[in-house]
Design a protein around this ligand. Sequence first.
Ligand SMILES: [Zn+2]
Length: 636
Amino acid sequence: MNTNCEGIFYITTPIYYVNAKPHLGHAYTTIVADVAYRFNKMKNNSAFFLTGTDEHGDKVVKAAQKEKMTTKEYVDYISGLFQNLWPDLNVDYSKFIRTTDPSHMKTVSVILQKIYDSGDIYFSEYEGLYCFGCERFYTERELVDGVCPDHGTKPEIIKESNYFFKMSDYQDWLIDHIKNNPSFIRPERYRNEVLSFLKDPLEDLCISRPKSRLTWGISLPFDDNYVTYVWFDALINYISALGYPDGKNFEMYWPKAQHIVAKDILKPHGIYWPIMLKAAGIPVYQHLNVHGYWNVDNSKMSKSIGNVVDPLKLKDIYGIEAFRYFLMREMTFGLDADFNEAALIQRINSDLANDLGNLVSRSLTMAQKYFEGVVPDVSDIENDFSIKKAAMQTIENYDACMKDFAFNKALSFVWDFISHMNRYIDSSAPWELAKNSDKSDILKGVIYNLLEGLRILGGLIYPIMPQSSEKMLSLLKESPGNFNALSWGQLKAGTKLEKTITLFPRIDKKKSQKDRQKQPKHVKKLSNLKPEISFEDFQKIDLRVGRVLAAEKIEDSKKLLKLQVDIGEIRTIVAGISRHYSPDDMIDKKVVVAANLKPAQLMGITSEGMVLAAVKKKKCSVITPDQQVSVGTPVQ
Ligand SMILES: [Zn+2]
C-alpha cells in the first residue's frame, strides 16, 4: 500500500452537496484529508488537497425554494458556509471547487461528448421507481420492504426518455482491475463490498434529466433538452479541478490520485467513477479510501438524515486541536465510531493534559532546574540509548500507519512512546541524580533524552494538531513540518529553552457544562409583569399543538385572519395576525392553540380558541414547535 510516498500526493474529499449545512461527517472527512495532506507535505512530497461543493440537482432547487432564495443565492450561501468553516477547523486545502464554476462545467461537457462519441451513451425510454430524496431510480431488489432504504418512503413510478451510460460493457474490466489492485479500494471490507455488488449484472446508469423537470444543471452537449444527472457532473470535479485535459496539475497529480469518501457514496466512487474514467480514456485513480459513520446519540450522521452536531460549537467549547485529535484517535478508519462529549473530555484530560501535557512540563521544569534552561551537551558522555531506540521504532510505526490511513494506530504508537517517556522519568529519578555530583553525566543524558524525545513528539503530532505542535516545538526553539528532522540527536547543545506553558488545560466537566449556559451580565427586573398565579391556576389552561389547514382574510378587517386548525379536532380560530402573515404563510404551519378558551365572537365569527404568538409593538411571531410533533400534543 505504500505507493503514496513517491514524491507526489493528490488527496480529495467528496464535494459536499449544498442541500444542507455542514455537519460532523463533513468535518471528519475533511480533517482526515488535511491530516494526510500535512503528513505528505511534512515528508517533502508535492501535495495537492482538493475540496469543494456540489451544487446542481433538484434537491438544491427545492432547498432554495424552502429558504425563499433564488437557487444561485442559495448555493452561494451554503458553499460559503463550507468555505468559511475549513479555516476554523485548521483545514489547509489547496483548491476549493464548485460545480457551478464555468471551467468545471466546460470539462463536464468535454467528457460527456467524448463518451457519447465513443458510443457508450445511448438514448432510451425508461420506467422505474424513483426516490425524490435520493434523486435516483431504484430497482425492486434495492428497496427494503418496498421503500427507499435511506428515506423510508415509497418511491414513485416515473416514465421518461433519458440518456444512459453503458456501464455493463465495463463490468468485467472493473472486476479484473479491483482484483489485480488489492489496495484500489480500501479498507478491504469495502473492496469486498464492491466485488460482491459486481457479482450481479450491472445496470446502465441514467445520466440525464429532461429540462422540463430540471433546469439547474449542465446541458448535455449533444442534446440541449437535457441536463446531466448529479453523478456525471459531480465526480468529474476531481479532474476538472486539475485542469483536465492539458493542465499541468492534471499531468502531475492525477496519476497519484486518492479519494476519501464516507461509505454512503461507495458505489458511485467504486463503480461509476472508474468506469466513467475508463470510457473517457483516462487512467483510473490510485486509491479510494472509505470511512464509516460517526454515531451521535446512536444515530448515523449522513447527508440524508438531518441529525447534526455543529462542529463549530464543539470546537468553540473544547478547542479545535483537541477536537481533531479526538476524531483521529477515536475512529478506526473504515469502521463506525461513537461520538460523545464525555469521551472527548476523557481524551482531553487523560491523553492530552495528563500524558503529553505533564511530560512536557515535567521535562522542561527539570531542564530549568538542573541546567538553567539550556540543552546539556552529551557529545562526550556515554548516554543511555533506550529512549532513542523507542523513538526510532515509534517513527517507523507511525510512518507506516499514516500512509495506510490507520491514524488511530499511528497515534496509539505515539502515545505508547509518551508513556515510555513518563516511565523513564520515574525510573531514572533525575531528582535523585541531582543530589549526587558523581552522577551529573547521567543526569545530563537523561535530560537530553527527554528534550530530544519531546522534539520528536512535537513533530509527530503536527499533522493532527498543527498549532500544538508549533507551540510545543517553540519551547525548544524548533519548528514543525519536516519529517527528516525526526532523526535522533538533532537538538543542539546550548539551546536556551523557553519556560514551560500549559499546552492542554484539563476540562472540569461540571464547569464546562455551566460555562455553556449563558450567564446574564446584570439582572434587570421586568416592569410589566402580571400578578403571580398558582401552578394549579396555570394547569387550567389546555394548550395543544395544531396544524393550520386553511386560512383566509376576513373582509373589512385589516388585522384578522380566519383559520381552520386541526388540534385533533377541527377548530375555527380568528387570529389578529393579518398584518404579519398572509393566508399562504399560515397554511400547513404548526401552531400552539389555547384549546379550552371560552369561544368569542369576532367580526361575526365564533372563534374557538386562540393561537399563541410573541407580540411586542409592531412585531408578531407565531409560536411553533421546533421539532416534529403530532397535532393534539399537549403543551405544558
Ligand atoms: Zn431515498
